[in-house]
Write a protein of this length. Structure first.
Length: 227
């Protein structure tokens, strides 16, 4: 069994917040696989290449050098953290993520991270495709209204509190549809993944719950302040 905590789920379900906090608490590596697809899409756009040309996108992905941590996303030495969380990149990343050969390249990179040590990895196909033998598999979800509300308030995605919820909800619905209907590694819950419904639940409670699950699997004692 691979020492991986696989966290899957749709946008706005809380994957990033939970995954980063849990990785820091466990002192494990953290990988946002969605950021890898976004970074590749950003690189393709920056080179003025057609985003739907799989041959060229594969070449970019195959040559890319990633540096990923809790705060930064770097591709080929360039910090793109502040550029890849936009509605335009949402669409571009979804296009790139539908390409089987691109997924094959990036999945291989993602598996390399686990070879280097324990990792918390978030995405949409971690428990189903990337690490079907992950130590713990979670699937985070929330109602469409909750996810849209969170995303509308998420400054990391270039939005603000003034963002129209219905506009955000429409964009999320489109992204969900693309992710769930793509032929290559569609968004779906693994049969053995633990479902965590985050609607109305404070992030701190979800984080504490996940830490208990992982530490129980590891056979470690949970600190008293997490009970």
């Amino acid at each position: 069994m691979t020492k991986v905590l696989a966290i899957d789920g749709p946008s706005g379900a809380g994957k990033g917040t939970v995954a980063r906090a849990v990785a820091q608490a466990l002192n494990w590596a953290y990988v946002d696989t969605g950021a890898m697809y976004r970074a590749v899409a950003w690189k393709v756009r920056g080179q003025a290449l057609p985003i739907d040309d799989e041959e060229r996108v594969v070449a970019v992905a195959d040559a890319a050098v990633f540096e990923l941590d809790f705060r930064r996303v770097v591709i080929d030495g360039e910090d793109v953290t502040g550029f890849i969380r936009t509605s335009e990149m949402d669409v571009a990343a979804a296009t790139v993520a539908r390409m089987p050969r691109v997924r094959s390249v990036l999945v291989a990179r993602q598996r390399d991270y686990a070879a280097a040590g324990p990792v918390v990895m978030e995405g949409r196909d971690i428990g189903t495709v990337v690490f079907p033998d992950a130590m713990v598999k979670l699937y985070l979800d929330a109602t469409p209204e909750e996810r849209a509300s969170r995303r509308a308030r998420d400054l990391a995605h270039g939005l603000s509190k003034a963002s129209e919820i219905w506009v955000v909800a429409s964009a999320l619905e489109r992204r969900d549809r693309l992710d769930r209907t793509r032929e290559a590694s569609p968004l779906t819950r693994a049969d053995d993944a633990i479902l965590i419904e985050t609607t109305g639940v404070p992030a701190s409670d979800v984080i504490a719950w996940v830490l208990r699950i992982v530490r129980d699997r590891l056979g470690e004692e949970t600190p008293a302040d997490e009970h």
